[in-house]
Design a protein around this ligand. Structure first.
Ligand code: 13P
Ligand code: SF4
Length: 310
């Protein structure tokens, strides 16, 4: 990235009273332009309190929608409006309605990786860093977990006192991380710590020493005495790990082929600059905004810990 892009972005942030938020999965150069970089939960918390008049959300569509829902008075811009999370759509609303009709003590817990329309059908949102705590804190004994089956199964294992109904949705990027590639990478680096995002399939989580959100994985690498780390999530986290662990000699390895989210990868510094210049990519307030906001606010109330940002 040229110095001219950086200078232009800094000037436009001042002129437009704008902040740039970025997820750890976007390219490192884009993270370098951001005022806050974090995991989904940290970004939601920042979104709720941010007082800049324009918020540029360097992330996928559901992240922009969450910022708009939590802070409807702000102008929210997506640098790449076509960047969407396929998993965000992987729930049939009729399945939610059927579960509600059949279960009399049910909470619908919705991963933030979901459309506003699906959030509006839900009782509470969760992110990967607070899902266990939030589900445990729910008064209902039965929980329909949407859309991510892998995260839902992981939560069910951690909260055995609940009956968790799963939905067949997943992140295609984490789903395609092969357990054999994780084991091969671990075996190539004796003493390596294996860290996995809970969106990974159960056979990958079974190999992991640490299961956590992107922020939790980054913190675990930073805090560990190990020299080698097999990181089972999107390669974008390597940028923040390298920044925090500079000079320590720690080495990060991704199972081959290195997991890459095409939607996140397309959010470039040039697009951040273009949306600040032109105001393009504005996120409208979703229909049914009050119903979609309520589960996000409930998550913020219920989650005592989790998330991370710089
Ligand atoms: P976290 O930010 O909660 O780690 O989730 C990762 C993700 O898949 C975002 O799309
Ligand atoms: Fe969606 Fe997976 Fe990409 Fe995250 S990494 S935005 S869950 S497709």
């Amino acid at each position: 990235m040229g110095q001219d892009i950086r200078e232009a972005v800094e000037r436009l942030k001042r002129e437009r009273d704008a902040v740039v938020l970025a997820h750890y999965y976007v390219p490192g150069e884009t993270q370098g332009l951001a005022d806050f970089v974090g995991d989904s939960f940290a970004l939601a918390r920042i979104a709720a309190t941010c007082d800049a008049s324009t918020v540029v959300m360097a992330g996928v569509r559901f992240m922009g929608e969450s910022v708009k829902l939590l802070n409807p008075g702000r102008r929210v811009l997506l640098p790449e409006p076509a960047a969407d999370c396929p998993m965000a759509h992987m729930v049939d609303p009729a399945f939610v309605a059927r579960c509600r009709a059949e279960e009399d003590d049910l909470a619908v817990a919705c991963y933030v990786n979901s459309t506003a329309a699906l959030k509006a059908l839900s009782d509470v949102c969760v992110t990967s860093s607070n899902a266990v705590d939030v589900v445990r804190a729910l008064p209902q004994r039965t929980v329909l977990f949407i859309p991510d089956e892998n995260l839902g199964r992981f939560v069910a294992g951690q909260v055995p006192e609940k009956r968790v109904i799963l939905n067949p949705g997943c992140c295609p990027v984490h789903r395609d991380i092969p357990a054999a590639a994780v084991a091969a990478e671990r075996d190539r680096h004796p003493g390596a710590l294996v860290l996995a995002h809970p969106e990974c399939p159960a056979d990958v989580l079974a190999l992991a020493d640490v299961v956590g959100s992107t922020a939790e994985i980054i913190r675990a690498v930073e805090g560990s005495d190990a020299a080698d780390f097999v990181v089972c999530t999107v390669e974008g986290v390597g940028h923040e790990i390298a920044r925090r662990c500079e000079g320590t000699g720690k080495r990060v390895h991704f199972p081959a082929p290195a997991p890459r989210c095409p939607d996140m990868a397309g959010i470039t510094p040039e697009k951040v600059l273009a949306c600040l210049e032109t105001g393009s990519g504005e996120v409208p307030l979703p229909p049914d905004a009050d119903a979609a906001r309520a589960p996000l606010e409930r998550m913020l109330e219920l989650s005592a810990r989790g998330g991370g940002a710089r």
